[in-house]
Design a protein around this ligand. Sequence first.
Ligand code: SAM
Length: 271
Amino acid sequence: MTDGARLPSSPRPARMYARTFMLTIDIFTLFPGIIEPVLRESILGRAIARDLLAVRLHNIRDFAADKHQVTDDAPYGGGGGMVMKPEPIFAAVESTLGAPPAVPVFLLTPQGKPFTQEKAWSLAEGKGFALLCGRYEGVDERVREHLAAEEISIGDYVLSGGELAAMVVVEAVARLLPGALGDEEGARGDSHEGSLLEYPHYTRPPDFRGWGIPEVLLSGNHSEVRKWRREQALWRTYLRRPDLLSRADLTDDEKNRVRQWREESEKPGGD
Ligand code: SAM
C-alpha cells in the first residue's frame, strides 16, 4: 500500500479546536431524573465541570397550565396508549428558547433520521440545540409539524422514552468538543470517523491464556504499526460494514485492494 501509513482521515477541519464558547444543549423531558445522574459521570461530567458543555433539563410537566399538570391525553380516533399533549411542550420550548426557538429542536423518535457520527460532528460545531423526549405513544403530530426542526432516531428499535436516546446524542456530541477527552488524537481514529471502522486494540499482557498479540505491535516501528492499523481498519470495514466503504476516504491503492477482495469473494468457493 503506497499510502498505507495514513490514518483514517477525519472529515472535520481543525477549526474545531478553536471553539471558544460553551455548547448548550436543552433537553425537554417528563423524566429529568433519568438523565441527571448520567450527566454527573465520566466524560460528560468532566465536560460540564470544565464549562465546555452545559446541559439544561426542562421538565415539561412544569409547563402544564392546569392544576393537575396533565401532559398526556387519549388519542383521537381511539386505540391504546396516551399521546403527549402539544400545549405543555410548546410552552416549555417557547418560554425557554423563544418563538420560533433560537436553536434547532430535535424530536427524538424511532421514525426519525438515523443519528450518525457526521450528525454528531455537525451538532458539536454548532451554536447549541435542543432535544425533545417523547413518552407513551409519542407526541401530538403538531409538535413534529410546527416545532421540531428535524426528527432523530438512534436506531431501528423502540424505547419507552426519548431520555436514553437524548443521552446517546449528548454523549456522542460531547466527546467531540475540544478538551472533553484526555486523548483527542485517539478519537480521530474512532470507528465511523472517515467512514471506516477502527482497527483492533490490545493491551498488556502480551500473552493471555496462550493468546498472543500481533508481532508488529511489539516491534516499536511506528510506521509499520500505522500501516497495520490502517490495513486492519480497511479489512474490518470491508468484512463488517462494506456499505461504509463508498463514503470512506481511500487511496487508489486501497480502492484496488477492496476491489480485489470483492473479486476474490465472488469467485466460486470464495467467502
Ligand atoms: N408509537 C411510537 C412509534 O411507533 O413510532 C413509539 C413511541 S416510543 C414507545 C416513546 C418515545 O420514545 C418516542 O416518542 C421517542 O421520543 C422515544 N424513542 C423510542 N425509540 C426511539 C428511537 N429509536 N430513537 C429515538 N427516540 C426513540
